[in-house]
Write a protein that binds this ligand. Structure first.
Ligand code: ADP
Ligand code: MG
Length: 680
């Protein structure tokens, strides 16, 4: 990259140490960062409103075009504080403009001349005012001005000024980061044009064109970084495991594996014998039988003389997997351990030491397994369930685990291919696109609270037939009075409608042992109806449960409802899901329609993604998606696809990015990686 761009921001005229400190808060350290810092919006000064139409007190800033009618004498209110006022008019009405400590600007205003003012209107209808607006001469060439995201202490004008000076500084003499051939083929403007026009566009089209180039750059560098790191990294296969027969495992199962499960197991086994370590996503709708595939993988690793581990997002799920693995694998000679946060320190240490000595073949646990110092003797496979529920740190810890073991990630969230690349890096995907035989589809009904009594009757009918059920309500804060909270709801139900039934209560704040106990009793059929928050959302598997009743269904995302609903329909009896929601907004009506008309997880996920955007889709601030500065993954899907295919093409021809024309790209890739961006 050009040396000029790498200069510290203080190299830009007018940027001293104090301003540099503020800029650093925005992630701006050098000239390049400054130029890449995009406005969040533009104001078109060529489209003013009339003063008489400008409403005082409105949140938005407005553009006025008015001439100076009178300048009032400045007043010095205290030491170092000057107030200057001027009255402007546009012949529809007057407005009083106040400037604080801007004597110089005030002195340049000429009575009778036209100016463009940009700011918030205060005062009232009789006397409108504007404090410290941005003021331009009406004949100013910059009629579209950028509006940046700011930090306290930094003004729009200061940032605009700095960017302008940075543009002056680089002039025309910067080498483009992207080779010309590539640029032309993708119909992208030059970098200089992009910087000039993203900051100070002549037209909004120009700004759009500029932004397109910068978004593309960002996505391309990210895609290159994912691919490059995968090529360069130490991701060679440290545990090449030659094929061996899993016949014994297959014969020990109480059911026939589906074709999709067989295929996935085959891909996993082959993958572990490849040149690179296996890094595979196992994607399958709720109930498609991912656990048994994971168990097959663990068994295969064990047969080769190595250890594996399973990471689950909740204790309930960890202990459930533990039991499933025990049931499936101990008869085949494997030793399974459980490691969760709620173990006593002594027990924890015992399990850890046993894993270190190689006495355990597979350890199942929550992420505590990884955040604490737990070693293995010869760990060759890390299985992660529902990884999108983990925070970034855990994923990083996982990636940093020594020995570079194979990785298998299970998820029930069907992720569009392009997003999967961003989210999981360049990993392979196995899909379970077939349900085990004999599954009955779940019938879903969305109703309003008026039908609650009838719906309770329906639940009772299921329980009377010897089945079990769930009633789910959202987790609530104290101030959300209109929502039902699990504990009081549980009491109401067990003293009322369901007093003749055995009820259980499960929520996140219960001590782990109690949770465990409730789940245990529910599994054993000692509880008919489980009142719960979403702690049961992931993975809980009780085939005798046939009815799911969800309160305030509009509080859940579509994919989440689908996950919840997946807790029923796991046996061979007809199953039902009742959604209660009084929210009549068009969006919600549409959501309820979607969820009750299809059980296709893919369609539901796509609708969900469309409605909520990727951040929310993966769960707020836990999603682990890289923070893009300019790109927006919902909006820029097309550009992302283009960037990804270009990145692949570039790396196919130049895997180490050694060619001179790729030098700048390589530098940007390295910079991204070194900045701690996580490349899965
Ligand atoms: P998920 O993919 O949602 O994690 P699970 O692995 O929990 O699904 O499996 C759901 C249920 O289906 C479990 O009770 C499991 O024993 C059962 N199952 C898995 N594979 C099959 C199969 N091939 N035939 C019949 N039942 C199966
Ligand atoms: Mg599961």
């Amino acid at each position: 990259m050009d040396k000029l761009l790498e200069r510290d921001v203080t190299y830009v005229k007018g940027v001293g140490p104090k301003k540099a400190e503020l800029l650093e808060k925005l992630g701006i350290k050098n000239v390049y960062d400054l130029l890449q810092y995009c406005p969040r919006d533009y104001v078109d000064l060529s489209k003013p409103v009339c003063i008489k139409d400008a409403a005082p007190g409105a949140e938005e800033q407005v553009v006025l075009r008015a001439r100076v009618a009178a300048k009032l004498p400045p007043s010095h209110i205290r030491k170092g504080m000057t107030i200057c006022k001027a009255v402007f008019t546009d012949d529809t009405d007057d407005i009083t403009v106040t400037l604080f400590n801007q004597e110089y600007l005030f002195s340049t205003l000429k009575e009778g001349e036209d100016y463009v003012l940009y700011g918030k209107i205060t005062g009232n209808m009789l006397r409108r005012e504007m404090n410290s607006p941005t003021i331009f001469p009406a004949n100013s060439p910059d009629l579209i001005i950028p509006v940046y995201p700011l930090t306290a202490g930094l003004t729009q004008n200061a940032l605009r000024g700095a960017v302008k000076k940075a543009l002056d500084l680089i002039g025309e003499k910067i080498e483009d980061t992207m080779p010309r051939t590539v640029r032309e083929r993708c119909c992208l403007c030059t970098q200089i044009y992009a910087w000039e026009n993203v900051h100070f566009p002549r037209t909004l089209d120009g700004a759009h064109e500029a932004r397109r180039r910068l978004i593309f750059d960002e996505l391309l560098i990210y895609s290159l970084a994912v691919g490059y790191n995968r090529i360069m990294e130490t991701n060679l296969n440290n545990y090449p495991l030659p094929p061996r027969s899993l016949e014994k495992f297959r014969r020990s199962l109480p059911f026939e594996l589906t074709k999709a499960q067989m295929r996935a197991i085959g891909q996993i086994v082959t993958g572990m014998n490849g040149r690179r370590r296996m890094n595979r996503l196992l994607q399958g709708d709720v109930g498609s039988g991912k656990t048994v595939v994971a168990a097959a993988a663990a068994y295969f690793v064990y047969m080769s003389g190595f250890q594996s581990c399973v990471m689950a997002p909740t204790e309930i799920l960890a202990s459930q997997h533990y039991k499933t693995f025990q049931k499936l694998l101990e008869p085949l000679g494997m030793k399974i351990g459980l490691l969760t946060g709620s173990l006593t320190p002594k027990n924890k240490r015992e399990v850890q030491e046993a894993a270190q000595r190689g006495e355990l073949d597979c350890v199942v646990g929550t992420h505590a397994l990884f955040s604490e110092n737990s070693g293995f003797k010869n760990l060759a496979l890390v299985i992660t369930d529902e990884q999108h529920r983990f925070g970034v740190e855990q994923r990083a810890a996982l990636a940093a685990k020594g020995g570079n073991p194979h990785r298998l990630v299970m998820t029930a969230t069907p992720i569009p291919r392009t997003l999967a690349l961003i989210f999981y890096g360049d990993l392979e995907i196995s899909v379970l696109d077939e349900m085990p035989k004999g599954r009955k589809p779940i019938s879903t009904y969305a109703v309003t609270g008026q039908l609650r009594e009838r719906a309770y009757g329906f639940v009772k009918k299921q329980l009377d037939m010897g089945h079990q059920g769930y009633i789910v309500c959202p987790a609530v804060d104290e101030n959300e009075v209109d929502l039902i909270d699990a504990t009081s709801y549980y009491e109401t139900l067990s003293n009322g409608v369901f007093k003749d039934y055995r009820l259980g209560l499960l929520h996140g704040k219960l001590p782990a042992a109690e949770k465990e106990d409730v789940m245990e009793r529910f599994k054993a059929g000692e509880i008919d109806l489980l009142v719960s928050t979403t702690v049961i959302e992931v993975g809980v598997d009780v085939p005798n449960a046939t009815i799911m009743f969800i309160e305030n269904a509009d509080r859940f995302g579509l994919s989440q409802l689908h996950q919840l609903r997946g807790r029923v329909g796991r046996g061979d009896s007809e199953s039902y899901c009742v959604l209660i929601s009084d929210n009549r907004s068009p969006d919600n009506i549409r959501r309820m329609k979607t969820i009750s008309s299809t059980t296709d997880g893919f369609r539901i996920a796509e609708e969900d993604l469309r409605l909520r955007g990727p951040g929310d889709f993966f769960g707020t601030n836990q999603h682990g998606l890289p923070a893009f500065k300019i790109a927006d993954l919902t909006r820029d899907t097309r550009l992302l696809e283009d960037a990804q295919s270009l990145s692949k093409e570039i790396l196919d021809g130049d895997p180490a990015l050694e060619k001179p024309e790729h030098a700048v790209m390589l530098e940007l890739v390295k910079r991204l990686t070194d900045n701690g961006a996580e490349m899965t």
